[in-house]
Write a protein that binds this ligand. Structure first.
Ligand SMILES: *Cc1c(COP(=O)(O)O)cnc(C)c1O
Length: 492
Protein backbone atom coordinates (compact mmCIF):
# COMPACT_ATOMS: atom_id res chain seq x y z
CA UNK A 1 0.00 0.00 0.00
CA UNK A 2 1.17 3.45 -0.81
CA UNK A 3 1.09 5.74 2.15
CA UNK A 4 1.34 9.48 2.40
CA UNK A 5 1.04 10.17 -1.32
CA UNK A 6 -2.67 10.57 -1.58
CA UNK A 7 -2.80 14.32 -1.00
CA UNK A 8 -6.11 15.60 -2.19
CA UNK A 9 -5.98 13.97 -5.54
CA UNK A 10 -8.91 11.77 -6.31
CA UNK A 11 -7.92 8.61 -8.03
CA UNK A 12 -9.39 8.35 -11.51
CA UNK A 13 -7.36 5.26 -12.21
CA UNK A 14 -7.16 2.73 -9.41
CA UNK A 15 -3.57 2.35 -8.30
CA UNK A 16 -4.41 -1.08 -7.00
CA UNK A 17 -7.38 -3.33 -6.72
CA UNK A 18 -8.91 -3.05 -3.26
CA UNK A 19 -11.18 -5.88 -2.27
CA UNK A 20 -14.65 -5.21 -0.94
CA UNK A 21 -15.16 -5.10 2.80
CA UNK A 22 -11.52 -4.40 3.52
CA UNK A 23 -12.37 -1.40 5.62
CA UNK A 24 -12.13 -3.21 8.93
CA UNK A 25 -8.91 -5.09 8.26
CA UNK A 26 -5.80 -3.13 9.03
CA UNK A 27 -2.23 -4.32 9.02
CA UNK A 28 -0.37 -4.04 12.32
CA UNK A 29 -3.49 -3.51 14.42
CA UNK A 30 -2.82 -3.15 18.13
CA UNK A 31 -4.85 -2.76 21.28
CA UNK A 32 -4.64 1.02 21.54
CA UNK A 33 -5.96 2.22 18.22
CA UNK A 34 -3.89 4.79 16.35
CA UNK A 35 -5.91 7.71 14.90
CA UNK A 36 -5.33 6.37 11.37
CA UNK A 37 -6.83 3.03 12.36
CA UNK A 38 -9.84 4.73 13.91
CA UNK A 39 -10.31 6.75 10.71
CA UNK A 40 -10.16 3.59 8.64
CA UNK A 41 -12.73 1.88 10.83
CA UNK A 42 -15.11 4.80 10.45
CA UNK A 43 -15.38 4.22 6.70
CA UNK A 44 -18.45 2.37 5.42
CA UNK A 45 -18.18 -0.95 3.59
CA UNK A 46 -18.48 -1.02 -0.18
CA UNK A 47 -21.98 -2.50 0.06
CA UNK A 48 -23.09 0.17 2.54
CA UNK A 49 -21.64 2.98 0.42
CA UNK A 50 -23.44 1.65 -2.66
CA UNK A 51 -26.68 1.83 -0.67
CA UNK A 52 -25.98 5.36 0.56
CA UNK A 53 -25.16 6.48 -3.00
CA UNK A 54 -28.19 4.77 -4.58
CA UNK A 55 -30.16 7.97 -5.24
CA UNK A 56 -27.23 10.09 -6.36
CA UNK A 57 -26.03 7.38 -8.72
CA UNK A 58 -29.43 6.38 -10.08
CA UNK A 59 -29.26 5.63 -13.79
CA UNK A 60 -25.74 4.18 -13.89
CA UNK A 61 -25.31 0.41 -14.19
CA UNK A 62 -24.75 -1.28 -10.83
CA UNK A 63 -21.29 -2.73 -11.65
CA UNK A 64 -20.05 0.79 -12.43
CA UNK A 65 -21.49 2.09 -9.12
CA UNK A 66 -19.77 -0.71 -7.19
CA UNK A 67 -16.47 0.08 -8.91
CA UNK A 68 -16.85 3.77 -8.10
CA UNK A 69 -17.60 2.92 -4.45
CA UNK A 70 -14.47 0.74 -4.24
CA UNK A 71 -12.32 3.44 -5.68
CA UNK A 72 -13.82 6.19 -3.54
CA UNK A 73 -13.07 4.03 -0.49
CA UNK A 74 -9.54 3.30 -1.67
CA UNK A 75 -9.00 7.04 -1.98
CA UNK A 76 -10.44 7.59 1.51
CA UNK A 77 -8.20 4.87 2.99
CA UNK A 78 -5.09 6.40 1.53
CA UNK A 79 -6.06 9.71 3.07
CA UNK A 80 -6.72 8.06 6.40
CA UNK A 81 -3.35 6.35 6.37
CA UNK A 82 -1.76 9.70 5.60
CA UNK A 83 -3.33 10.98 8.82
CA UNK A 84 -6.29 12.91 7.37
CA UNK A 85 -9.70 12.68 9.02
CA UNK A 86 -12.08 10.27 7.24
CA UNK A 87 -14.23 11.96 4.59
CA UNK A 88 -17.94 12.16 5.34
CA UNK A 89 -20.23 9.79 3.47
CA UNK A 90 -21.61 12.73 1.46
CA UNK A 91 -18.14 13.55 0.18
CA UNK A 92 -17.57 9.91 -0.80
CA UNK A 93 -20.80 10.02 -2.77
CA UNK A 94 -19.76 13.25 -4.51
CA UNK A 95 -16.48 11.60 -5.44
CA UNK A 96 -18.36 8.61 -6.84
CA UNK A 97 -20.65 10.79 -8.96
CA UNK A 98 -17.65 12.69 -10.33
CA UNK A 99 -15.94 9.43 -11.22
CA UNK A 100 -19.04 8.14 -12.97
CA UNK A 101 -19.42 11.35 -14.96
CA UNK A 102 -15.79 11.30 -15.91
CA UNK A 103 -15.96 7.70 -17.05
CA UNK A 104 -19.07 8.10 -19.15
CA UNK A 105 -18.22 11.43 -20.76
CA UNK A 106 -16.82 11.52 -24.29
CA UNK A 107 -13.12 10.90 -24.70
CA UNK A 108 -13.00 12.88 -27.95
CA UNK A 109 -13.81 16.50 -27.16
CA UNK A 110 -13.50 19.89 -28.80
CA UNK A 111 -10.53 22.01 -27.74
CA UNK A 112 -9.45 25.58 -28.33
CA UNK A 113 -6.29 25.50 -30.42
CA UNK A 114 -4.07 28.35 -29.21
CA UNK A 115 -0.85 26.76 -30.47
CA UNK A 116 -0.67 28.93 -33.58
CA UNK A 117 -0.27 25.79 -35.70
CA UNK A 118 -3.14 26.01 -38.17
CA UNK A 119 -3.09 22.42 -39.47
CA UNK A 120 -2.24 20.75 -36.16
CA UNK A 121 -2.16 17.01 -36.86
CA UNK A 122 -2.66 16.12 -33.19
CA UNK A 123 -5.64 18.47 -32.89
CA UNK A 124 -7.49 17.11 -35.90
CA UNK A 125 -5.90 19.13 -38.72
CA UNK A 126 -8.47 21.26 -40.57
CA UNK A 127 -11.74 22.26 -38.90
CA UNK A 128 -14.30 22.23 -41.72
CA UNK A 129 -16.54 25.12 -42.77
CA UNK A 130 -20.01 25.66 -41.37
CA UNK A 131 -21.54 24.42 -44.63
CA UNK A 132 -19.33 21.34 -44.70
CA UNK A 133 -20.24 20.59 -41.07
CA UNK A 134 -23.95 20.86 -41.93
CA UNK A 135 -23.53 18.58 -44.93
CA UNK A 136 -21.70 16.01 -42.78
CA UNK A 137 -24.42 16.07 -40.15
CA UNK A 138 -27.11 15.63 -42.82
CA UNK A 139 -25.29 12.73 -44.44
CA UNK A 140 -24.86 11.04 -41.07
CA UNK A 141 -28.39 11.49 -39.77
CA UNK A 142 -30.42 10.98 -42.97
CA UNK A 143 -30.71 8.56 -45.84
CA UNK A 144 -29.19 9.92 -49.03
CA UNK A 145 -28.70 9.14 -52.71
CA UNK A 146 -25.16 7.98 -51.86
CA UNK A 147 -25.22 5.10 -54.34
CA UNK A 148 -28.59 5.62 -55.95
CA UNK A 149 -29.34 7.17 -59.32
CA UNK A 150 -32.41 9.35 -58.82
CA UNK A 151 -33.15 9.45 -62.59
CA UNK A 152 -33.20 5.77 -63.30
CA UNK A 153 -34.10 4.61 -59.82
CA UNK A 154 -31.24 2.14 -60.01
CA UNK A 155 -28.02 1.54 -58.18
CA UNK A 156 -25.49 4.34 -58.66
CA UNK A 157 -21.91 5.08 -57.60
CA UNK A 158 -20.75 7.19 -54.68
CA UNK A 159 -18.02 8.56 -56.91
CA UNK A 160 -20.36 10.48 -59.23
CA UNK A 161 -21.02 13.16 -56.62
CA UNK A 162 -17.54 14.65 -56.83
CA UNK A 163 -16.47 13.88 -60.38
CA UNK A 164 -17.75 16.98 -62.15
CA UNK A 165 -16.78 19.22 -59.27
CA UNK A 166 -13.21 17.86 -59.16
CA UNK A 167 -12.89 18.35 -62.92
CA UNK A 168 -14.10 21.90 -62.57
CA UNK A 169 -11.86 23.04 -59.70
CA UNK A 170 -8.67 21.21 -60.78
CA UNK A 171 -9.00 21.13 -64.56
CA UNK A 172 -8.40 17.35 -64.62
CA UNK A 173 -10.24 14.91 -66.90
CA UNK A 174 -11.47 12.81 -64.01
CA UNK A 175 -11.19 12.31 -60.27
CA UNK A 176 -11.72 9.83 -57.47
CA UNK A 177 -11.76 10.20 -53.72
CA UNK A 178 -10.61 7.73 -51.04
CA UNK A 179 -10.20 7.58 -47.28
CA UNK A 180 -7.00 9.63 -46.98
CA UNK A 181 -3.97 10.60 -49.01
CA UNK A 182 -1.83 7.75 -47.66
CA UNK A 183 -4.49 5.43 -49.10
CA UNK A 184 -4.55 7.42 -52.34
CA UNK A 185 -0.78 6.99 -52.81
CA UNK A 186 -0.94 3.27 -52.05
CA UNK A 187 -3.89 2.80 -54.41
CA UNK A 188 -2.35 4.76 -57.30
CA UNK A 189 0.93 2.87 -57.03
CA UNK A 190 -0.83 -0.50 -56.78
CA UNK A 191 -3.14 0.16 -59.71
CA UNK A 192 -0.68 1.90 -62.03
CA UNK A 193 2.68 0.35 -61.12
CA UNK A 194 2.17 -2.98 -59.30
CA UNK A 195 4.87 -5.43 -60.44
CA UNK A 196 6.74 -2.68 -62.30
CA UNK A 197 9.23 0.08 -61.50
CA UNK A 198 8.69 3.57 -60.14
CA UNK A 199 11.49 6.14 -60.37
CA UNK A 200 11.86 8.55 -57.43
CA UNK A 201 14.49 11.14 -56.60
CA UNK A 202 16.59 10.22 -53.53
CA UNK A 203 15.62 13.55 -52.00
CA UNK A 204 11.96 12.54 -52.18
CA UNK A 205 12.04 8.99 -50.79
CA UNK A 206 10.82 10.58 -47.56
CA UNK A 207 8.95 9.79 -44.38
CA UNK A 208 5.93 12.06 -43.98
CA UNK A 209 5.19 11.22 -40.35
CA UNK A 210 2.91 8.75 -38.65
CA UNK A 211 4.97 5.94 -40.17
CA UNK A 212 4.19 6.86 -43.78
CA UNK A 213 7.45 6.19 -45.65
CA UNK A 214 7.60 6.23 -49.41
CA UNK A 215 9.90 3.16 -49.74
CA UNK A 216 7.60 1.12 -47.48
CA UNK A 217 4.39 2.20 -49.22
CA UNK A 218 6.06 1.32 -52.49
CA UNK A 219 6.85 -2.18 -51.21
CA UNK A 220 3.24 -2.61 -50.04
CA UNK A 221 1.95 -1.66 -53.47
CA UNK A 222 4.06 -4.31 -55.18
CA UNK A 223 5.98 -1.70 -57.18
CA UNK A 224 9.77 -1.58 -57.25
CA UNK A 225 11.37 1.64 -56.11
CA UNK A 226 14.19 2.92 -58.27
CA UNK A 227 15.99 5.78 -56.54
CA UNK A 228 17.88 8.25 -58.68
CA UNK A 229 20.07 11.31 -58.12
CA UNK A 230 21.42 12.28 -54.72
CA UNK A 231 19.76 13.57 -51.56
CA UNK A 232 20.27 17.18 -52.54
CA UNK A 233 20.48 17.17 -56.35
CA UNK A 234 18.55 15.26 -58.96
CA UNK A 235 18.45 16.13 -62.66
CA UNK A 236 16.15 15.16 -65.50
CA UNK A 237 18.99 13.11 -66.98
CA UNK A 238 18.98 10.95 -63.81
CA UNK A 239 15.35 10.00 -64.40
CA UNK A 240 15.94 9.50 -68.10
CA UNK A 241 18.90 7.17 -67.58
CA UNK A 242 16.86 4.99 -65.20
CA UNK A 243 13.91 4.39 -67.54
CA UNK A 244 13.63 0.76 -68.69
CA UNK A 245 10.86 -1.30 -70.26
CA UNK A 246 9.75 -2.11 -66.68
CA UNK A 247 9.22 1.54 -65.75
CA UNK A 248 5.57 2.38 -65.01
CA UNK A 249 5.85 5.80 -63.41
CA UNK A 250 8.05 8.74 -62.57
CA UNK A 251 6.99 9.82 -59.10
CA UNK A 252 7.35 13.22 -57.50
CA UNK A 253 6.73 13.46 -53.74
CA UNK A 254 6.30 16.72 -51.88
CA UNK A 255 8.89 16.52 -49.07
CA UNK A 256 6.21 18.10 -46.81
CA UNK A 257 7.73 18.44 -43.37
CA UNK A 258 11.24 19.48 -44.26
CA UNK A 259 13.01 21.73 -46.71
CA UNK A 260 16.42 21.49 -48.29
CA UNK A 261 18.16 24.79 -48.95
CA UNK A 262 21.47 25.69 -50.52
CA UNK A 263 23.13 23.44 -53.08
CA UNK A 264 19.96 21.72 -54.23
CA UNK A 265 18.23 20.87 -57.47
CA UNK A 266 14.91 19.14 -58.05
CA UNK A 267 13.16 18.55 -61.37
CA UNK A 268 9.92 20.46 -61.95
CA UNK A 269 6.71 18.65 -62.75
CA UNK A 270 6.53 20.05 -66.31
CA UNK A 271 9.98 18.67 -67.15
CA UNK A 272 8.97 15.31 -65.71
CA UNK A 273 5.73 15.09 -67.71
CA UNK A 274 7.60 16.13 -70.84
CA UNK A 275 10.06 13.28 -70.32
CA UNK A 276 7.21 10.91 -69.50
CA UNK A 277 5.46 11.75 -72.76
CA UNK A 278 8.64 11.29 -74.80
CA UNK A 279 9.40 7.91 -73.26
CA UNK A 280 5.85 6.64 -72.84
CA UNK A 281 5.76 6.42 -69.03
CA UNK A 282 3.26 7.97 -66.63
CA UNK A 283 3.97 10.67 -64.06
CA UNK A 284 2.47 10.66 -60.59
CA UNK A 285 2.58 13.72 -58.32
CA UNK A 286 1.99 13.24 -54.58
CA UNK A 287 1.41 16.83 -53.53
CA UNK A 288 0.60 16.12 -49.88
CA UNK A 289 -1.17 19.37 -49.01
CA UNK A 290 -2.56 20.04 -52.41
CA UNK A 291 -3.31 23.75 -52.44
CA UNK A 292 -5.98 25.00 -54.82
CA UNK A 293 -5.29 28.62 -53.76
CA UNK A 294 -1.91 30.28 -54.02
CA UNK A 295 -0.43 30.82 -50.53
CA UNK A 296 1.68 33.65 -51.97
CA UNK A 297 -1.41 35.87 -51.88
CA UNK A 298 -1.08 35.63 -48.09
CA UNK A 299 2.62 36.42 -47.88
CA UNK A 300 3.69 32.77 -47.76
CA UNK A 301 6.08 30.90 -50.02
CA UNK A 302 4.69 29.25 -53.07
CA UNK A 303 3.32 25.78 -52.71
CA UNK A 304 2.80 23.64 -55.81
CA UNK A 305 -0.80 24.05 -56.94
CA UNK A 306 -2.95 21.10 -57.95
CA UNK A 307 -4.02 22.96 -61.10
CA UNK A 308 -0.38 23.42 -62.17
CA UNK A 309 0.37 19.70 -61.96
CA UNK A 310 -2.81 18.91 -63.88
CA UNK A 311 -2.00 21.51 -66.54
CA UNK A 312 1.53 20.11 -66.86
CA UNK A 313 -0.09 16.80 -67.80
CA UNK A 314 0.61 14.60 -64.77
CA UNK A 315 -1.07 11.21 -65.19
CA UNK A 316 -2.31 11.33 -61.59
CA UNK A 317 -2.07 13.95 -58.84
CA UNK A 318 -3.02 13.11 -55.27
CA UNK A 319 -3.46 15.21 -52.13
CA UNK A 320 -5.13 15.31 -48.70
CA UNK A 321 -8.64 16.56 -48.01
CA UNK A 322 -7.76 17.94 -44.59
CA UNK A 323 -4.55 19.86 -45.20
CA UNK A 324 -4.53 23.04 -47.29
CA UNK A 325 -7.84 22.09 -48.91
CA UNK A 326 -9.44 22.70 -45.52
CA UNK A 327 -11.96 19.85 -45.66
CA UNK A 328 -12.51 16.52 -43.89
CA UNK A 329 -10.05 13.63 -43.89
CA UNK A 330 -9.89 12.29 -47.44
CA UNK A 331 -7.48 11.48 -50.25
CA UNK A 332 -8.18 13.11 -53.60
CA UNK A 333 -6.88 11.64 -56.84
CA UNK A 334 -7.27 13.54 -60.11
CA UNK A 335 -5.78 12.76 -63.51
CA UNK A 336 -6.34 11.24 -66.91
CA UNK A 337 -9.61 9.44 -67.59
CA UNK A 338 -7.81 6.20 -68.33
CA UNK A 339 -5.66 6.23 -65.18
CA UNK A 340 -8.59 7.10 -62.92
CA UNK A 341 -10.65 4.30 -64.48
CA UNK A 342 -7.90 1.78 -63.75
CA UNK A 343 -7.60 3.02 -60.20
CA UNK A 344 -11.38 2.86 -59.70
CA UNK A 345 -11.44 -0.78 -60.81
CA UNK A 346 -8.58 -1.90 -58.53
CA UNK A 347 -9.74 -4.09 -55.60
CA UNK A 348 -8.02 -1.82 -53.07
CA UNK A 349 -10.34 1.02 -54.15
CA UNK A 350 -13.17 -0.70 -52.30
CA UNK A 351 -11.07 -1.24 -49.18
CA UNK A 352 -10.02 2.40 -49.13
CA UNK A 353 -13.34 3.94 -50.10
CA UNK A 354 -14.42 7.21 -48.58
CA UNK A 355 -17.31 7.14 -46.11
CA UNK A 356 -20.50 9.08 -46.79
CA UNK A 357 -19.91 11.66 -44.06
CA UNK A 358 -16.50 12.67 -45.39
CA UNK A 359 -17.84 12.60 -48.94
CA UNK A 360 -20.55 15.09 -47.99
CA UNK A 361 -18.03 17.34 -46.22
CA UNK A 362 -15.62 17.21 -49.11
CA UNK A 363 -18.30 18.12 -51.64
CA UNK A 364 -19.36 21.14 -49.56
CA UNK A 365 -15.70 22.18 -49.20
CA UNK A 366 -15.04 21.93 -52.94
CA UNK A 367 -18.20 23.98 -53.60
CA UNK A 368 -16.53 26.90 -51.75
CA UNK A 369 -13.70 26.77 -54.28
CA UNK A 370 -16.17 26.44 -57.16
CA UNK A 371 -18.03 29.55 -55.98
CA UNK A 372 -14.83 31.50 -55.38
CA UNK A 373 -15.59 31.95 -51.66
CA UNK A 374 -12.91 29.68 -50.18
CA UNK A 375 -10.95 32.36 -48.30
CA UNK A 376 -14.15 33.66 -46.69
CA UNK A 377 -15.77 30.35 -45.83
CA UNK A 378 -13.02 27.83 -45.11
CA UNK A 379 -11.67 28.20 -41.56
CA UNK A 380 -8.01 27.45 -42.30
CA UNK A 381 -7.89 30.05 -45.09
CA UNK A 382 -9.61 32.56 -42.83
CA UNK A 383 -6.94 31.87 -40.21
CA UNK A 384 -4.14 32.23 -42.75
CA UNK A 385 -5.71 35.46 -44.01
CA UNK A 386 -6.30 37.09 -40.60
CA UNK A 387 -4.59 40.48 -40.38
CA UNK A 388 -2.01 41.14 -37.69
CA UNK A 389 -3.78 44.38 -36.75
CA UNK A 390 -6.88 42.42 -35.98
CA UNK A 391 -4.99 39.85 -33.95
CA UNK A 392 -3.16 42.60 -32.03
CA UNK A 393 -6.44 44.33 -31.22
CA UNK A 394 -7.91 41.09 -29.84
CA UNK A 395 -4.80 40.33 -27.80
CA UNK A 396 -4.70 43.85 -26.30
CA UNK A 397 -8.40 43.64 -25.48
CA UNK A 398 -7.85 40.47 -23.44
CA UNK A 399 -4.71 41.93 -21.85
CA UNK A 400 -6.66 45.04 -20.78
CA UNK A 401 -9.62 43.06 -19.46
CA UNK A 402 -7.38 40.93 -17.27
CA UNK A 403 -5.21 43.80 -16.09
CA UNK A 404 -2.53 41.59 -14.57
CA UNK A 405 1.18 42.12 -15.16
CA UNK A 406 1.44 38.37 -15.67
CA UNK A 407 -0.58 38.48 -18.90
CA UNK A 408 0.69 40.57 -21.76
CA UNK A 409 -0.17 40.85 -25.43
CA UNK A 410 2.80 39.99 -27.60
CA UNK A 411 3.87 39.38 -31.15
CA UNK A 412 4.54 35.76 -32.00
CA UNK A 413 4.94 33.45 -34.99
CA UNK A 414 2.23 31.09 -36.19
CA UNK A 415 2.79 28.28 -38.70
CA UNK A 416 0.65 26.50 -41.26
CA UNK A 417 1.68 22.99 -40.14
CA UNK A 418 0.41 19.67 -41.41
CA UNK A 419 3.52 19.23 -43.51
CA UNK A 420 2.63 22.24 -45.61
CA UNK A 421 5.04 25.10 -46.01
CA UNK A 422 7.72 23.81 -43.60
CA UNK A 423 9.63 26.46 -41.69
CA UNK A 424 7.26 29.10 -42.98
CA UNK A 425 5.88 31.40 -40.34
CA UNK A 426 3.04 33.88 -40.25
CA UNK A 427 3.44 36.93 -38.02
CA UNK A 428 0.84 36.73 -35.30
CA UNK A 429 -0.33 38.12 -31.94
CA UNK A 430 -1.40 36.45 -28.77
CA UNK A 431 -0.90 36.36 -25.01
CA UNK A 432 2.15 35.44 -22.97
CA UNK A 433 1.37 34.34 -19.42
CA UNK A 434 4.32 34.41 -17.04
CA UNK A 435 4.55 32.01 -14.12
CA UNK A 436 5.10 33.05 -10.52
CA UNK A 437 8.71 31.94 -10.26
CA UNK A 438 8.66 31.35 -6.51
CA UNK A 439 5.63 29.07 -6.68
CA UNK A 440 6.05 25.67 -8.37
CA UNK A 441 2.25 25.31 -8.46
CA UNK A 442 2.22 28.34 -10.73
CA UNK A 443 4.94 27.26 -13.13
CA UNK A 444 4.36 27.61 -16.87
CA UNK A 445 3.94 23.86 -17.21
CA UNK A 446 1.40 23.64 -14.40
CA UNK A 447 -0.58 26.55 -15.84
CA UNK A 448 -0.51 24.92 -19.30
CA UNK A 449 -1.76 21.70 -17.70
CA UNK A 450 -4.61 23.47 -15.93
CA UNK A 451 -5.65 25.10 -19.19
CA UNK A 452 -5.65 21.65 -20.80
CA UNK A 453 -7.80 20.24 -18.00
CA UNK A 454 -10.70 22.63 -18.48
CA UNK A 455 -14.08 21.35 -19.65
CA UNK A 456 -13.13 22.72 -23.03
CA UNK A 457 -9.34 22.41 -23.00
CA UNK A 458 -7.26 25.36 -24.17
CA UNK A 459 -4.06 24.15 -25.80
CA UNK A 460 -1.17 26.59 -25.79
CA UNK A 461 2.57 26.11 -25.91
CA UNK A 462 5.24 26.52 -23.25
CA UNK A 463 8.19 28.54 -24.41
CA UNK A 464 10.90 30.39 -22.51
CA UNK A 465 9.21 29.47 -19.23
CA UNK A 466 5.88 31.07 -20.10
CA UNK A 467 2.58 29.94 -21.61
CA UNK A 468 1.98 31.30 -25.11
CA UNK A 469 -1.54 31.51 -26.52
CA UNK A 470 -1.56 32.41 -30.21
CA UNK A 471 -4.83 33.99 -31.32
CA UNK A 472 -4.41 33.25 -35.05
CA UNK A 473 -5.82 29.76 -34.53
CA UNK A 474 -8.48 30.85 -32.02
CA UNK A 475 -11.86 31.82 -33.46
CA UNK A 476 -12.80 35.35 -32.28
CA UNK A 477 -16.01 34.01 -30.71
CA UNK A 478 -13.80 32.04 -28.31
CA UNK A 479 -11.90 35.07 -27.01
CA UNK A 480 -14.38 35.47 -24.14
CA UNK A 481 -13.77 31.86 -23.11
CA UNK A 482 -9.99 32.35 -23.19
CA UNK A 483 -10.40 35.49 -21.11
CA UNK A 484 -12.60 33.74 -18.55
CA UNK A 485 -10.15 30.83 -18.33
CA UNK A 486 -7.18 33.11 -17.72
CA UNK A 487 -9.11 35.09 -15.12
CA UNK A 488 -10.01 32.00 -13.14
CA UNK A 489 -6.57 30.39 -13.46
CA UNK A 490 -4.78 33.53 -12.30
CA UNK A 491 -6.99 34.09 -9.30
CA UNK A 492 -6.81 30.49 -8.07
C1 LIG B 1 0.42 14.23 -45.58
C2 LIG B 1 0.97 13.52 -46.73
C3 LIG B 1 0.52 12.24 -47.07
C4 LIG B 1 -0.50 11.51 -46.24
O1 LIG B 1 -1.75 12.15 -46.33
P1 LIG B 1 -2.91 11.78 -45.28
O2 LIG B 1 -4.10 12.51 -45.81
O3 LIG B 1 -2.45 12.25 -43.96
O4 LIG B 1 -3.09 10.31 -45.33
C5 LIG B 1 1.07 11.63 -48.17
N1 LIG B 1 2.01 12.24 -48.91
C6 LIG B 1 2.45 13.49 -48.62
C7 LIG B 1 3.50 14.10 -49.49
C8 LIG B 1 1.95 14.17 -47.52
O5 LIG B 1 2.40 15.38 -47.21
Amino acid sequence: MQIGHAGDQRPDVPREQVSAGESTVVAGESADLAPATRALRALPSVERLVQIAADACAGWPRPMIVDAAREALAWARERARAGDPPPAAASLVTTMVEMLHQRTSPSLRTVINATGVILHTNLGRAPVSEAAGQAMLMAATHYSNLEFDLDSGERGSRHVHLRTLLREVTGAEDGLVVNNNAGAVLLCLSALAGGREVIVSRGQAVEIGGGFRIPEVMRQSGADLVEVGTTNRTYLSDYEAAITERTALLLRVHPSNFRLDGFVHAVGIAEMTDLGRRRGVGVMDDLGSGALLDPRSFGLRDEPLVQDSVRAGATVVCFSGDKLLGGPQAGVIVGSREAIERIRRHPLARALRIDKVSLAGLEATLRHYQRGEATRMIPIWRMIARSCDDLERRARQIERSIGSPRVRAAEMLATVGGGSLPQETLPSWGLVISPITADPGQSAHSLARRLRNRVRPIIGRVERDAVWLDLRTVEPEHDAEVLAALRSELTE
